[in-house]
Write a protein that binds this ligand. Structure first.
Ligand code: MTE
Ligand code: CO
Length: 437
């Protein structure tokens, strides 16, 4: 295995936006470190490091005054010291109302659940601001009796609670031709993991009565994009949900309030938000999002189509470019693994670019088609690391390297990049997105 790429020669280092991230993220880390050093040398008046007045045995500032009462927090917010933990977008990557995307700050999270306010968003025509009392779901086409449901009607079907990841098919899509975005929020942050409460799509369809020969559904949103996709009937009957709650509370507007389709393990584009119409038919509709988009152009010019399931994938979230290693000695490597085909059964981690692998410790619940948390507890003595993780799922599938993936799929694709991610950790702890070949 040659490691020439780690000096940056095999990655597009001339890429302006990539450099912007590099300076943006790493400079942030360095300011903090340099700040306390300068204070120690007496060059600065105000310390950036811990205020000694607040350290034991002193009584810290926050213990000296009466705090806010409950009336100040009708709806809770994170501490002001967590204000940097936000979804972020990439300036040059579709940030308009016509088409926009932002990313989950994976490196700031732990456990497996994504908090509602941090779930990445992907909109093809902006969000829809829907009054739930006026919202209706229409079921028509090859059914015995076309039906229109209000939200109250939907909520009277039996309810189910399920934790599932949603990954945009374009997650890591900018990395097909080499390392580009220097941060795991941007390389892998088009994924979130939520406990949904909803009703089975099967029960709603059966209420309308599915006619013989019906094989496909057209599912359509009430946003200005009217985003629509064709969904195989088999999947609809199997495990799809119409969800109205996420992590216990109503869906957020951004996530499809008041009703969204949940399509476990399948690409995010099928999870229609603000769902308003389901048409039952016998053939796919050949919608824009399954012809010109969400298809994978192969090296020979042909396209893979209807690539629904998300293959097993993983990423080390810490360390990563936004979360460099800070101290020598005891450190924790952590990350997330997932598979659209079942449970994650094992995650391997390497610190030397794939020469030696060790099995990571999985902790927290392991659900079917859910993010799964892993850890490696290790001792860092300042050596350079090439950190990677590799997911296995219950079908026996093992996450491929990017080299292996490109051999099969070429480099023209945008979607379904589940190749192994490499982070180079330098001797000073700074971490960079690289590729090894
Ligand atoms: N549904 C509608 N109605 N409109 C949209 O633009 N975007 C799709 C899907 N459902 C979209 C939609 C895409 S491409 C993805 S990846 C997911 O919603 C994103 O879901 P999220 O915004 O909850 O992360
Ligand atoms: Co998407």
């Amino acid at each position: 295995m040659t490691k020439h790429a780690i000096d940056g020669s095999a990655s597009p280092t001339g890429h302006a936006s990539r450099r912007r991230f590099l300076t943006g993220t790493l400079a942030g880390g360095l300011v903090a470190a340099g700040g306390s050093e300068a204070f120690a040398q007496g060059r600065k008046k105000k310390p950036i490091g811990p205020n000694p007045d607040n350290q034991p045995p002193n009584v810290p500032d926050w213990s000296k005054t009466l705090g806010d009462g409950v009336a100040d927090h009708p709806y809770g917010k994170p501490s002001k010291y967590e204000a940097h933990v936000v979804r972020r977008d990439v300036e040059w990557l579709t940030a308009s109302r016509q088409s926009s995307v932002n990313f989950t700050p994976l490196h700031e999270l732990d456990g497996i659940i994504t908090p509602n306010g941090l779930c990445f968003e992907r909109h093809h025509g902006g969000t829809a601001d829907i009054n739930p009392f006026d919202h209706r779901l229409i079921v028509h086409g090859m059914v015995d009796k076309p039906l229109i449901f209000s939200m109250d009607d939907i909520k009277r079907f039996p309810r189910y609670n399920r934790v599932y990841f949603l990954e945009c098919a374009a997650n890591s899509g900018m990395e097909w031709r080499g390392a580009q975005l220097n941060g795991c929020q941007f390389t892998h942050g088009m994924v979130h993991n939520v406990m949904y409460t909803g009703v089975r799509l099967r029960d709603v369809l059966e209420e309308a009565g599915i006619k013989a020969g019906a094989k496909w559904l057209q599912v359509e949103g009430a946003d200005s994009a009217g985003m629509n996709r064709s969904l195989p009937m088999q999947k609809a009957l199997d495990d799809c949900l119409l969800a109205f709650k996420m992590n216990g509370e109503a869906l957020r507007t951004e996530q499809g309030y008041p009703l969204r389709l949940v399509v476990p393990g399948w690409e995010g584009n099928l999870w229609v938000k603000w769902i308003r119409r389901i048409e039952v038919g016998d053939m796919p509709w050949q919608a824009r999002e399954e012809t010109s988009k969400y298809t994978d152009l192969m090296a020979d010019g042909r396209s893979r189509r209807f690539t629904f399931a998300m293959d097993a994938k993983s990423v080390v979230t810490n360390p990563s470019p936004e979360a460099p290693l800070k101290v020598k000695g005891r450190n924790i490597i952590t990350g997330l693994a997932w598979s659209g085909r079942g449970k994650v059964t094992r995650v391997d981690v390497t610190l030397d670019g794939g020469r030696n692998w060790q099995e990571a410790r999985i902790d927290g619940p392991v659900f079917d088609r859910s993010l799964t948390r892993f850890y490696v507890d290790f001792d860092w003595q300042g050596q350079e690391l090439l950190v990677q993780s590799r997911a296995h799922d219950e079908t026996g599938y093992v996450q491929p390297s990017k080299v292996e993936l490109r051999k099969v799929r070429g480099v023209n694709s945008i979607y379904h990049n589940n190749g192994i991610q490499t982070w180079l950790v330098r001797a000073n702890g700074e971490t960079e997105n690289v590729e090894i070949s």
